[in-house]
Design a protein around this ligand. Structure first.
Ligand code: SF4
Length: 374
């Protein structure tokens, strides 16, 4: 369902970008929109997030000295580095010796950073291959817009030469090995996006010391149809776990989960007491928001949006800040209710030092949400 929702949101983005940059007409967009609005997964929030995305692109276009070349939804290929490799850039902009690609993400689960992001770099590579013969491109910038998670757009820039060097020296050999099935598996944070993550043996081994408690099966003991695969992977074991193996792993995984959360809680508490743990820091946890005075909010919403009382309640409670924003638009609600939204900091959360968020400050937290009154 999330994928279909994302596809629909992307379609709306594409239509809006088309009109904003003069590639299509309002009339065509209205016609297409009236059909898209019939779809079950459609929500008005998609219009607002697409507008946020389009506003970002307009602002970006204004940073070029002359009007850039702009195209939404461009299919790019990078097969000379990754066999059968291709992707779609949500938006491409070229001008001032610069290629800028933007990726719109509709999900609100995991925030994705564009810094050194391999997927973004591959898409940028594909765009560079496609447009370098036509335009002079010295710099390549990449942006990820995730309006349902943050108003901050994650941007990253590198030289076109460095991107080509990365493709040549890093991507090409790894892609070749992966394609031929001779590469090594490298479990890590990126696995969360992998379709084979549950059955991947390398990942299971990483998290469960699987190899320590499962007997190695010599190649000769394997059934004939598994032998060839085992020799090819140099492990003597197939790459995918069986249902039996998965079932045996589940209790281990549950214990690990318990142990991991206890470990995290212990380190978090110790860090709050001032102890140091190399490579880790505390950052502000997810904060929660609420309205200061619901009566006042009602009046303001009535004046600014003509909202009826029923628009503001999810029986029997007043709607949350997020729901009100979803219904009436984040930017305008933020303006109208700026003095009515209380932000309660979440409890400090552990994050690796490489995490982009600012380090948690006990002093800053003590004063969070405090406003001066006259
Ligand atoms: S889950 Fe396995 S196959 Fe997928 S990215 Fe991780 S290591 Fe690679």
């Amino acid at each position: 369902m999330y994928a279909e929702e994302g596809t629909l949101a992307h379609k709306i983005c594409e239509l809006m970008v088309g009109v904003r940059f003069g590639l299509s007409t309002q009339e065509k967009m209205d016609k297409a929109m009236s059909q898209l609005k019939q779809q079950e997964l459609y929500s008005d929030e998609m219009l607002r997030t697409a507008e946020f995305y389009t506003d970002y692109l307009s602002e970006k276009a204004n940073t070029f000295h002359s009007t850039p070349f702009v195209r939404p939804e461009v299919r790019v290929e990078f097969t000379e580095f990754v066999p059968e490799g291709f992707g779609t850039c949500d938006c491409i902009m070229i001008g001032d010796d610069r290629l800028h690609i933007t990726d719109y993400k509709h999900g609100k689960g995991v925030r994705v950073d564009s810094k050194d992001n391999p997927q973004m770099k591959l898409y940028a590579l594909g765009a560079l291959i496609k447009y370098r013969p036509l335009y002079k491109i010295e710099r390549v910038s990449m942006a990820i817009v995730q309006p349902r998670i943050s108003d901050d757009v994650s941007e990253f820039e590198m030289s076109a030469d460095d991107l080509m060097k990365w493709a040549e020296e890093y991507v090409r050999p790894r892609a070749k090995a992966a394609y031929e099935g001779t590469g090594t598996f490298c479990p890590g944070d990126h696995c969360r996006f992998c379709k084979g993550k549950i059955q991947c043996r390398a990942r299971a081994e990483k998290y469960s010391a699987y190899a320590d408690f499962k007997d190695f099966i010599p190649v000769d003991n394997l059934p004939a149809d598994k032998k060839e695969e085992a020799i090819r992977t140099n492990t003597g074991m197939p790459k995918l776990l069986t249902n039996q193996e998965l079932a045996e792993l589940l209790p281990v995984a549950r214990d690990l989960k318990q142990w991991a959360s206890e470990l995290e809680e212990y380190i978090r508490g110790a860090m709050l007491d001032g102890q140091q743990f190399p490579g880790w820091k505390l950052v502000d946890g997810r904060s929660s928001r609420s309205f200061k005075d619901e009566e006042k909010v009602k009046q303001l919403m009535l004046i600014a949006f003509g909202a009826a009382e029923s628009d503001l309640y999810t029986e029997p409670k007043f709607k949350s800040v997020a729901d009100i924003e979803k219904q009436f638009g984040k930017a305008k609600v933020g303006k109208v209710l700026k003095d009515q939204i209380l932000k309660t900091p979440g409890k400090p959360t552990l994050a690796p030092e490489s995490d982009g968020r600012a380090e948690f400050s006990a002093a800053g937290s003590d004063f969070a949400g405090v406003t001066t009154s006259k």
